[in-house]
Write a protein that binds this ligand. Sequence first.
Ligand code: NAD
Ligand code: ZN
Ligand code: ZN
Length: 377
Amino acid sequence: MSSSLRPGVITCKAAVAYGAGQPLVIEEVEVSPPQPNEIRIKVVCTSLCGSDVGAWLSQSLFPRIFGHEASGIVESIGEGVTEFKEGDHVLTLFTGECKRCKQCTSDKGNACQNLGLERRGIMHSDQKTRFFVRGAPVFHFCAVSSFSEYTVVHTGCAAKVDLSAPLEKICLLSCGIASGLGAAWNVADVSKGSTVVIFGLGAVGLAAAQGAKLRGASRIIGVDINPRKAEQAMKFGVDEYLNPKDLDEPISQVIKRITEGGADYCFECTGDVSVVTTALQSCCDGWGTTVTLGVPRGKPEITAHYGLLLTGRTLKGTMFGGWKPKSDIPLLVYRYLKKEILVDEFVTHDLQFEEINKAFDLMKGGECLRCVIHMPK
Ligand SMILES: NC(=O)c1ccc[n+]([C@@H]2O[C@H](COP(=O)([O-])OP(=O)(O)OC[C@H]3O[C@@H](n4cnc5c(N)ncnc54)[C@H](O)[C@@H]3O)[C@@H](O)[C@H]2O)c1
Ligand SMILES: [Zn+2]
Ligand SMILES: [Zn+2]
């Protein structure tokens, strides 16, 4: 890091994406000081989520700094900030919590109307960016952009966490694992003795499996087209593995047969929209519930026979597993510290920041669950 001529600006390294699917370029970037109600964070660790890979492959907003699953230390605070101070440990939040809007004040949802998912690559407060390369603005990702040594976030998009929690592990609670656990607990509300099917055995799907297991599900079937995902799935509560490619009949028919009419709960954690319909078909009549989490990379439309709903099934979608991000995530960190939930086990690779493109290759190739990227000290 070095200081620049403009007051408060930091010059540091960031991994900049210049085009869909193109390797990131590690560049010197200027990071503006935090504006009112913002904080600047020194990123310590950032893991690579399926959503970073999906957006990098399919979106068109460039140049851009991706990364949204991260832990860090507050470096400086903007005007009016009282709840954070320099040195606080934080997790970034890709969807924030203002604590004032209709969503934040209801216990029914978490889609904050002021600090919700930011798709335009800018900050919520002034629709500008805080990153510049050679004087030109660089877009943010989900108002987090953690593939940078320093980043600026709104105070509503960061959660203060216990200083004793290992930042190189809990970064995973900033998106993927929390989303999967919350899908099972808050959204599906999985009941004891139920049968569950997880489509997609990445970190999100396996966190949903872990959540279902902790709720006492008696049978958890994991489905993935990548056979390498089968073995580690058992650690997180998956009892049986099915690969649709190995079957002579549609996977939903197989599931209906082996579960005597369909599962109680299905979780779609693939990002392949056609799997939403398959999951709905794999649920039982009457009360079968499908929760979809995947972020589509192609046309975001599903088709399903409405008879699937008339027979009593429910289809739900969720962002961040229904958690109130700022309020609930510190409690999840606490549950991890008490060893109530697995987090370390999801980390299959640790890489240095300079190796960030390798992390993308590993995720793209289906070779890892979570790759933790360690920023320079
Ligand atoms: N809703 C949310 O809040 C939220 C949060 C985090 C991630 N996500 C999304 O959830 C999805 C999973 O994220 P992840 O980080 O675990 O990604 P991942 O890439 O590690 O895992 C996805 C898994 O799905 C499998 N898969 C792909 N197509 C399939 C198909 N047709 N049938 C069966 N399996 C298939 C892949 O082999 C892979 O194992 C992504 O779409 C991601 O963008 C959503
Ligand atoms: Zn709000
Ligand atoms: Zn994510």
